[in-house]
Design a protein around this ligand. Sequence first.
Ligand code: PHE
Length: 453
Amino acid sequence: MSKRGNWNSRIGFILAASGSAVGLGNIWRFPYTAGKNGGAAFLLIYLAAILVIALPVLLAEAALGRATGRNPVGAFKAIAPRGLWKGVGYLGVATGFMILSYYAVIAGWTLGYFVKAVRGEFSRLAAAGTDAATASRQAFESFGASPWLQISLLVVFLGLTVFVVSRGVSGGIERWSKLLMPMLLGLLFLLMIRSLTLDGAARGLEFYLKPDFSAIRPSVIIAAMGQAFFSLSLGMGTMITYGSYVEKGENLPASAGWIAFCDTLIAVMAGFIIFPAVFSQGMNPAEGPGLVFNILPVIFAKIPLGQLFGALFFLLLAIAALTSTISVLEVPVAYFIDERSWPRRKAAWIVGGICLVMGVPAALSQGSVGFLSELPLVKMDFLSLWDLIWGNLSLSIGALFIALFVGWVWKSGNALLEITRGSERFRLAFFWVIAIRYVAPALILVILLSKIL
Ligand code: PHE
């Protein structure tokens, strides 16, 4: 176990797992997904999904990881050596490849926007006067449609990720999270104040907080549940892997609670930044993956020291994205280390290289290549399609099987033994057992089927 590495400090797991959870999922994906799915109604279902489904699964993954001390494939094998269950681990490893390949494209955007901010490009939007929003959208469109720029940013971001992961678990991952997350939180708070005081912010608040229940369709519920898994890094074994580096003395339920709290807080705050600004500028909340990159520069153009704050923000966002991409890459890497005895560096570089090749279509799908930007039949761009298949459906299916496995195969009683190591008084044990055995699997299944039926 010690050869695989452990977190250094007692709160190492909370820090690293929150670093994994908090990322583009909160600040880029949550607002645009909420915007496309009716705003307040989505928020409500999202919060419910976190509490009732995602939080129990988070605890299950962490316990499974700590008990077995393995990567996802090894963890399933350790408990059920025969049979198909290890397939859930393989699905997780595959999902890791796929998510990293397009997530790193968006992460590359944060680097590109950091450079734009440093160069003072946002303040020039203000010169466009009332039409700053249109100017910002045009700038994003030409940014997305520059093939070499998109691919270069992808290369740089994947390179950073591989570099950190190749140096190992605690040294690489833990150190980053400690100082930077509180800074990001502070900056988000500042942006929230500015956005809420813009003219016309109230309409955005209404969209975000006043639910229109008639807007709730199966696709909205699927999107909200998938967002809950994506945001908490669940369903592909990230938390199994990170759990495998946790000391036995650490209190898992308390850690899980903190991780979910921080992650949800940051997503909800992002909504309070994006929607007031979007409505005050007359933009469309349902415009898709570009939403946040269109509106944030407009906000920076409207605050004092916007150039400085803009640069700082995109830098912190890039780092938040990095602590997430690290955790995605760590899943396949831990698999190759544990199960195939590869050295860590080899695993990191090879997986990173494959993700680079697979990331190219996503990088070219924002206007560079017409076919990829509007795929026939599905009528969406390649990146959005990948995000739907891997970032939503695959994670939901993975979470379903993890819940079933922990509740029924490993058995919730054994899981509880692991959970209560370091937290002898786990008061919610009864509720957790009900959630992991019955509520979570049944809801995930019904929600996934609701679309087909
Ligand atoms: N949770 C990360 C985010 O919100 C993304 C992620 C998904 C990380 C799945 C690991 C696994 O940005």
